[in-house]
Design a protein. Structure first.
Length: 123
């Protein structure tokens, strides 16, 4: 049986009596993670720890969370108008019966978020 071993050469920094590896992360995006990206992170930490740590150690976690957040926001913007139309939510309704309009809007947003959760966040 043949074994192969990869040896990484590390640089060390002396800190008092200790040698500490000189490790640095590669450049990460500075864009903040939104609501859906943070929800995905929490889900991964609590329910998929192996995937979470794999993404974290490979420096792919932050780009993954940004991608999920952007996809969720695009999905929200794309689905809201069609569901609003199907529910009969119009500007005229907003002007005549604001409470009904708010209730319908909250219902439609909750429906869209359930779709986003099932398809992007909790999978």
């Amino acid at each position: 049986m043949k074994w192969s071993v990869k040896v990484m050469k590390l640089e060390y920094i002396q800190n008092g009596d200790y040698l500490i590896p000189n490790l640095a992360l590669s450049e990460q995006p500075t864009q903040p993670i939104g609501k859906y990206g943070r929800m995905r992170k929490t889900y991964l930490q609590e329910h998929r720890p192996a995937l979470f740590h794999s993404l974290l150690l490979s420096e792919k976690l932050y780009p993954h969370l940004l991608e999920i957040d952007q996809a969720a926001n695009e999905r929200l913007e794309r689905l809201m108008p069609s569901l609003m139309k199907a529910a009969g939510i119009t500007e005229q309704l907003k002007a005549t019966d604001q409470l009904k309009w708010v209730g319908l809007m909250n219902t439609v947003k909750a429906q869209v978020e359930e779709i986003i959760f099932a398809e992007l966040i909790y999978c």
